[in-house]
Design a protein around this ligand. Sequence first.
Ligand SMILES: Nc1nc2c(ncn2[C@@H]2O[C@H](COP(=O)(O)OP(=O)(O)OP(=O)(O)O)[C@@H](O)[C@H]2O)c(=O)[nH]1
Ligand SMILES: [Mg+2]
Length: 642
Amino acid sequence: VESAERRFAILGTAGHIDHGKTALVHLLTGTDTDRLKEEKARGISIDLGFAHLDLPGGISCGVVDVPGHERFVKNMLAGACGVDAMLLVIAADEGVMPQTREHLDILDLLGVKRGVVALTKIDMVEEEWLELVTESVKEYLDARGFGDFPVVPVSSKTGEGRDAVLAALAGALAELEERPSARAVRLPVDRAFVVEGFGTVVTGTLWQGTIRPGDRLVVEPGGVETRVRNVEVHGEHMAEARAGQRTAVALAGIPRDAVPRGTWLLGPDTLHPASMIDVRLRVLRDAPKELRHRQRVRFHLGASEILGRVVLLEGERIRPGGEGLAQIRLEEPAVADRGDRFVLRSYSPARAIAGGTVILPDAPKRRRGHGRALEEIRLEESGSAEDRFLAALGEMPHGGSAAEVGRHAGLAPAEASEAEARVVKAGTAVRLPDGNLVTREQLESLSRKAGEVLQELQHTNPLRWGTSRGELKSRLGAKLPAALFDHLTAALVTDGRVSQRGDVLRWGGEDMVLSPELQARVDRVARELEAGGVTPPTAKELQTRLGFNVLEALEHLTFRGDAVKVTPELFLSLDSVDRIVGWLERFFQNHRELSMADLREALGMSRKYSVPVLEHLDRQGWTRRAGDVRVAGRRLEGVSRS
Ligand SMILES: Nc1nc2c(ncn2[C@@H]2O[C@H](COP(=O)(O)OP(=O)(O)OP(=O)(O)O)[C@@H](O)[C@H]2O)c(=O)[nH]1
Ligand SMILES: [Mg+2]
């Protein structure tokens, strides 16, 4: 049984350059997180550093130490996304500085609500100064909405205040909610390296899910499949890593280049990369400028940074402190999920200016000033899983599988199948035999369109009984899936709007009433066919003889079942076909084989008739070709003498 209270957490440092983040992490954990040669040489942090901290009360912490330098905010962001709490470090001798503000802004945008402020380097300042600086720091925190963070004085040089910092951190991390270990794996990769004997190893905070050796995972973007060879948490081999733990995963059969920082390790078939993301944006109160429509930005999510533009959907600009709905159009796809927090930095100079929440991770292209798009996004933002499921399904012109719909709606697979069951039960969507879904509304609009097509064709071809299924399907769109088309036509026939004969569909009832003029033409053609017996005039001959469009009349007779189309040029009356079949029946009672000559002699047919007629009889199953001759076909089997 999972206890509600989590026993592990991720802590991220924050603060201006040189304020003592790395020194404090060293004091607390014994680990020097500046591991790069260049970091040692320059005395500053450049990239993320990692350490492990056991807090009083038993919480096991992964610590992410970030660089303070203005130029490395990009790296700070890669570590900050996904922390449970911040350790904001402010040097007592300097107080609040630009990256103190920027880092706090970023963590605020990312929704980090827990934290401790360490006032470092107290060994370097006088008591009076310390009081002053403590006051001004508290004022600043209050103004920024973080007034409840404890401010703890500490010296990493003397060690004074160490226990107070640990106690404050334990307090800040108490009663942390469980992260969803039961959901599909999601891990933003912040580091990838090769370990002799293990191959490629990636690290990151496991946002959700559980990773065990042997699991199959996918790297996105890229879609590369891989298998987990080995799992480590805080340097120890584990049978599993759980959501919320800093995790190192050894991956089988994958080069390091395939999993750079910014990629994601995902459960198979869960999230997919997409370039258009609907979001709610919030612009920082002390952003230097307003956010403009189509402004170029850096989009930070997880450990990734992607360039893109902001399409504002509710106005030309968002002023500092304001918010609004927008679409982010990225130059390369991102792997986002509904509800994810992200940060935007201006393109140049690169500075955190805004952030927000993902509403729809894989959105259609939105246009400005489109009321409907806004409505849809608002529904996505607030609607129930069912509403969102239906809205996403409605966006897919030919429907789709529950998994696809769920993905577009930003629902987890379990949520999607639950929503599917509900909408099918409610009748607002229909499940087709191939498993795909369509909304009732889509089905109705397709029915209307099918009706229009059928009526229009009947109107322009008054002698045709109806329209072939193939023609209707191609008129409705070549891409219409067969299962959807079959369901649609079956429903139309069942509710009586359409009649069906063989492969032909007719709008309305079976009976067709012809105008007297057309009826007269049809009768003339029928008489000519009957009079011609088994060697009637061809269509061309009839046309010359009668002087009107005889093909329409011939088709009409065929649809009615009074004539049979042998070739597009040759039609026989039904009586004539019956006569031929009757003759065949009698013939095969006494013969095994039928030659062309037999037919010619018995029925007086020239080659012009016997060849196409025999081919027609083959197709219909009355005869079957056997070398140069015919034998009884499947429909006459049992008639023939053995
Ligand atoms: N006297 C004194 N010096 C300190 C204290 N904390 C840090 N320092 C010194 O301040 C300098 C910078 O400390 P770091 O811990 O590297 O600062 P940082 O915040 O990690 O810097 P970046 O990672 O580059 O942003 C180092 O020379 C430390 O030895 C402290 O509490 N007292
Ligand atoms: Mg540092």
